[in-house]
Design a protein around this ligand. Structure first.
Ligand code: URA
Length: 259
């Protein structure tokens, strides 16, 4: 017990902060939403170590304390989560910005999921799917080049990309940091002086899609990520996040080589 308590409030073990507020504990254990958990507490339905607790500020240590709801003991299993955000433009991919710029932490439920961090980055002006997790092993696995996790982007570019230019991108183009790996490229819509190109790549170099399109003469005007491995943005609205369900989470672990 002392080793856990000694590390203090801000310290973390495997992404969990100890001790944590009772309503956060209940929400993270999947008993109810944070609001629902607060109602359970104030209704006197929650016991900690056999004593009814109605104080919302009460803290528990998930490894030491026994919490029960309506007399049923709550099981604290692996509470790692994966969340998907449809990132809006104008937001930087960092959990803290010392210059006060808007960052993804302003949108994500960092309080509810201590240790949450983004899996990779999207540029400030890029929109679309950005995944977050509390599981460092999952994040590392998904970003590791050996796992070839495919990311699909829709790039609105200036001018109409020809088939020959698309073929160059498929085969690889030379950027300042070397040749790009083979990619799947298709022009999915055209207007008079711009077109939308779908690019499926598995590398994750800085500004990669923008640099690839520019290398064949088509600067990117707008970039949107529509999928990351098995997960798609789908109908998720910009600026909104959701928790992945068990099936989606399992598919991501498989993609990361952590079946
Ligand atoms: N490639 C880019 O150029 N920018 C992004 O945000 C993501 C991929």
């Amino acid at each position: 017990m002392s080793d856990i308590r000694d590390i203090g409030w801000e310290e973390r073990i495997e992404g969990h902060a100890f001790p944590m507020r009772l309503q956060k504990y209940l929400a993270r254990a999947g008993v109810a939403s944070r609001r629902g958990s607060e109602s359970l507490i104030t209704a006197g339905r929650v016991e900690v170590n056999g004593i009814v607790v109605t104080e919302l500020g009460s803290k528990v240590d998930p490894l030491e304390d026994e919490v029960a709801v309506d007399g049923v003991v709550v099981v604290w299993g692996s509470s790692h989560v994966v969340l998907a955000l449809n990132k809006p433009s104008g937001i930087i991919t960092t959990m803290k910005d010392y210059r006060g710029r808007r960052c993804v932490a302003d949108i994500m439920p960092c309080d509810e999921y201590p240790g949450l961090y983004p899996i990779g980055r999207l540029d400030k002006d890029t929109t679309g799917l950005l995944l977050f997790t509390t599981d460092g092993e999952l994040g590392n696995g998904l970003l590791h080049p050996s796992h070839h996790v495919t990311k699909v982007y829709h790039a609105t570019v200036t001018g109409i990309m020809t088939e020959a230019e698309a073929q160059q991108l498929r085969e690889g183009v030379l950027l300042e940091d070397g040749m790009t790996a083979p990619a799947e490229i298709s022009v999915i819509s055209k207007s008079r002086n711009r077109c939308v190109v779908e690019l499926a790549i598995h590398e994750g170099r800085k500004h990669q899609v923008k640099r690839m399109c520019k290398a064949v003469g088509h600067p990117v005007e707008h970039l949107d990520r529509v999928s990351f491995g098995p997960i798609e943005t789908g109908s998720l609205k910009q600026g909104v996040w959701r928790k992945l369900d068990d099936e989606e989470t399992a598919a991501l672990y498989r993609a990361a080589g952590l079946a």
